[in-house]
Design a protein around this ligand. Sequence first.
Ligand code: 5CA
Ligand code: ZN
Length: 411
Amino acid sequence: MHSWPAPEVPRLPGRGLPLRLHDTATGEVRATAPGPEARLYVCGITPYDATHMGHAATYVAFDLVQRVWLDAGHDVHYVQNVTDVDDPLLARALETGDDWESLADRETELFREDMAALSVLPPRHYVGAVESIPSVIAYVEKLQAAGAVYSVEGDLYFRVHADDRFGSIAGLSGERMHEVFGERGGDPYRPGKEHPLDCLVWQLERPGEPAWESPFGRGRPGWHIECTAIALEHLQSPVDVQGGGRDLAFPHHEMGASEAHVATGSWPYARHYTHAGMVGLDGEKMSKSRGNLVFVSALRREGHDPAAIRLALLAHHYRGDWEWTAEDLPRAEARLAAWRTAVASPAPPAEPVVTGIRERLADDLDAPGALAVVDRWAEQARLRSGAPGAEDAAAGELVRTALDALLGVAL
Ligand code: 5CA
Ligand code: ZN
């Protein structure tokens, strides 16, 4: 499937710092240590509704990972999936009388437009679940060969305890895993399962649902194996960072890691599992199923500058949960205006700003800290008087370049 257009990322003088990033599996902020090629897999959307501020915040967070790595001299190999066939998508299509494929195509296209508007750098491989079915089948066969698959009325399940490391990503208690699995697409109570946490890898055709031929009968992929197969097909393991929102730590990333371990025999599947906090509205997680959504496309249609939308997201640290409020956007618009004035004014030296942004982002993507560095510089510029000299103009230009390259904010 095609990705979205890549904006030019300007190069900065000098070299960025190694990125330190939170890892859910160890609970620590640790240095990422990619080779010349840094490998990033971020879970993509299930395209049954438009991009809301929660999605956008998560993709902007991982966009910073890519930008910090690029600045540190890595070639970034970024892969993202699109869950273009799954229960929620089929349910929405049924509800609205839409054709599921047109719904997925339409919403995926809108997502691409939103990402491009927000200056999110595209993945090198943007891969749909449907087009990955041959690869999913191959991975289910590997799991079968390892003796880790059984059937319940023809549906195939992965025995999670075939992996002796199962549970080590999200670190939840057995009781908690059971609860969360049920809330997030799992089926702990299905009769015939060997263990409540075993997860579906191939679901046989249901009446009225799309299905594809496979050696296990006509059907469709389970959710977790979709991402494992896509990641391993396009990236060598270990992946440097497996990313997504906090709601994916369990079961999605836990199951994916176990499936990869059993299928390939190699561990770890990812060196870092990094999770963005949940964005809420009115005290609830923003989610398609709750319907409490603020859409990127709606804000764009209302005429808001995408750079301001992006700045509004960057003002919150990626790791914490936060609430979208009516003040977020005006605050970001005021900040953007102040920065635009500053880069065009007699400006103080820019090198400390570049260093400051680099330091803040390399420290677990402290975007709010990076914005504060720029705010202080813009305030100094405002307080300066006199005509701009040649040096001053160059300082404004360097800050403009740094904002573009590191924060993805083109002034
Ligand atoms: N297709 C799967 C991943 S393979 C999926 O979770 N799709 S999604 O459309 O539901 O979510 C896409 C991404 O946005 C995921 O990383 C998810 O964790 C993140 N996300 C969803 N809701 C929020 C929210 N309210 N705040 C922050 N991130 C969110
Ligand atoms: Zn995923």
